[in-house]
Design a protein around this ligand. Structure first.
Ligand code: 5GP
Length: 245
């Protein structure tokens, strides 16, 4: 497959057309940013860690009935994906209070949220990704009520699958952000699932194993990304992601 024209460059990924119809290439770059781009760096190999973990989780989810855009990895940082008509929503699932929910609401950090809390933000950097509600999503014609129900259902299913998998490695899935798109009429998971988009805590030590290490200068972020990637990928043994047991 040949990589063609750049379609879109975000803060940490670039998307290219290919010579194959409805197939795109996502490049996971070594850029890392935080605070709306206010903090940024380039860290060697960072892209390949996020790509590897994303590919692993997309395969795991595909194997468990969740439709994603993932096709295959082309090399350590380039992923072939189905073209989706992306829906500009950031769907965040929270199992434990941390981050913005603690800053914005009277939750104590570490409080278990049961059932999990879904928060949906408008993906719009110029407006700093404001939080939406169901009525706003429908009024803005970002998704139909039926699509929104489907998106929430898939988000909770992804949460159960990822939480169960990570728990076996002694990792708590605190929260994560996912994005969806349409492939024809079918809602599919797009974007990435990586240390940049999840909040992960070591079950024993409570240590952060994700981008919070970079955001809040908690340690060597590349050492953390390397270690957590090994922890996640080694579980599968063969390198293939398992069905949920
Ligand atoms: P918070 O709202 O607490 O900042 O983020 C909640 C979760 O969603 C965290 O796991 C965070 O990494 C993820 N998240 C929220 N907004 C973004 C975003 O714009 N990009 C990425 N990659 N992740 C996000």
């Amino acid at each position: 497959m040949k990589q063609k024209k750049l379609l879109y460059a975000g803060k940490a990924k670039s998307v290219y057309r290919t010579d194959t119809k409805d197939t795109l290439i996502v490049e996971f770059r070594d850029d890392i940013t935080a605070f709306d781009g206010g903090k940024k760096d380039v860290l060697k190999n960072k892209g390949s860690y996020n790509a590897g973990v994303s590919a692993f989780f997309f395969e795991y989810l595909n194997n468990n009935g969740v439709k994603t855009h993932f096709i295959r990895m082309l090399d350590s940082s380039h992923m072939a994906v189905h073209r989706l008509d992306m829906i500009p929503l950031e769907v965040i699932v929270r199992n434990i209070a941390a981050g913005s929910i603690v800053r914005n609401y009277p939750f104590k950090e570490g409080t278990k949220l049961s059932p999990p809390v879904i928060v949906i933000d408008f993906k719009d950097d110029s407006r700093h990704d404001p939080m939406l509600n169901d009525d706003l999503i429908v009024a803005l014609k970002l998704a139909t009520p039926a699509e929104l129900r489907k998106i929430k259902k898939i988000a909770l299913e992804v949460n159960s699958l990822l939480s169960a998998f990570l728990a076996k490695q002694g990792i708590t899935l605190v929260d994560f952000k996912i994005e969806f798109g349409r492939r024809g009429n079918v809602i599919c998971l797009g974007d990435e699932i990586s240390m940049d988009s999840m909040r992960l805590w070591d079950k024993k030590s409570g240590e952060s194993l994700d981008k919070d290490v970079y955001r809040f200068d908690k340690g060597d972020v590349m050492q953390t990304y390397n270690a957590v990637t090994q922890r996640i990928l080694k579980k599968s043994g063969s390198g293939r992601s398992p069905k949920r047991t």
